[in-house]
Design a protein around this ligand. Structure first.
Ligand code: B12
Length: 252
């Protein structure tokens, strides 16, 4: 599971062959060096779990302190994708749990989300990839789904994997989403983010509207508000646990 997580988060480059991930020996030695660099950085330099420290900084509205924690991880060898998936997303999930237990206020959570939005803005350049573009993926959330950070995370992770991305963000009206998709060049796939179960019905409406408009590319559904069975019931082609898997499938 640990090795799979390294592959999934992009820290350890691997190719999907059938149902198996294959890692080149040279990548493994490179990874070993980077892993030691990470182990030696955040904890030893600043003390404590970086996710816990980030939660504290976010709740204090401390953008620069939060960014310093991300930079420590990056300079220690973590990939930007790793920073999103193993640092930023877990920190936001902890804040959500603390909010649902009544330990932090709605204002605290909003303040933390604003800082996180700014960190995502600062992180953008790290996800720029060179070389030939494979095609375009449209990433967005259906009408009523207000969790914009999930779409930003997903979009950047795909950019790092050499895709052009049309990032529509949260709460996209169905008709506007469909119209946009039809104007995209070299469209490869559509990735719909559903973070709360509340927006499942509008996701189903969106998928149906895309099908009626004769969109032929795969429609993937992901995010914490859906699982494989729900995604199938909502009409998606495939539910995926992780946006990195979208890249692997499309590159295959
Ligand atoms: C910040 C936040 C908000 C902010 C969002 C601000 C913003 N700019 O995004 C605001 C204030 C708008 C908000 C509103 C609400 N929220 Co809120 N929110 C959160 C919080 C704390 C963080 C969300 C986040 O950014 N997570 C980080 C993301 C990036 O992680 P992720 O979702 O796991 O995404 C990853 C993967 O899922 C994947 N992925 C995402 N999309 C896709 C798509 C595809 C195709 C694939 C393959 C993969 C994929 O990639 C991502 C990166 O790894 C979460 C806590 C949590 N557990 O996440 C609660 C949380 C999601 N919210 C919750 C709730 C209840 C609400 C409200 C209903 C509150 C209310 N009463 O109004 C509203 C709903 C609004 C709506 N209609 O959507 C609950 C949902 C519980 C549930 N299961 O129903 C949570 C879990 C909090 C909790 N613990 O109770 N929220």
């Amino acid at each position: 599971m640990t090795a799979y997580r390294y592959v999934r988060t992009g820290r350890l480059p691997a190719q999907l062959e059938g149902t198996q991930w294959v890692v080149q020996e040279s990548e493994l030695s490179r990874f070993d060096v980077a892993r030691h660099a990470i182990a030696a950085t955040p904890r030893e330099r600043s003390g404590g779990d970086p996710v816990v420290r980030l939660v504290r900084r976010l709740l204090e509205g401390d953008e620069n302190g939060s960014w310093a924690i991300a930079q420590e991880a990056l300079s220690g060898g973590a990939t930007p994708t790793y920073v999103y998936q193993e640092l930023f997303a877990p920190a936001m999930r902890i804040i959500g749990e603390r909010w649902s237990r009544g330990e932090v206020t709605v204002a605290d959570e909003h303040r933390a989300s604003v800082v996180m939005t700014r960190l995502v803005g600062r992180s953008g350049p790290f996800f720029r990839s060179r070389g030939t573009r494979t095609g375009t993926v449209v990433v967005g959330a259906p009408a009523g789904e207000m969790h914009a950070l999930a779409t930003s995370f997903a979009a950047d992770i795909l950019r790092a994997k050499h895709f052009d991305v049309v990032e529509l963000g949260a709460d996209v009206p169905t008709a506007a989403f469909v119209q946009c998709v039809h104007n995209v060049n070299r469209l490869l796939a559509i990735a719909i983010c559903v973070v709360t179960p509340i927006s499942r019905s509008s996701a189903a409406e969106l998928i149906e509207a895309l099908r009626i408009s004769e969109i032929s590319v795969p429609i993937y559904l992901g995010g914490a508000g859906v699982d494989a069975a729900v995604a199938e019931a909502l009409g998606a082609d495939l539910w995926l646990p992780d946006i990195s898997v979208v890249a692997s499938i499309l590159n295959d």
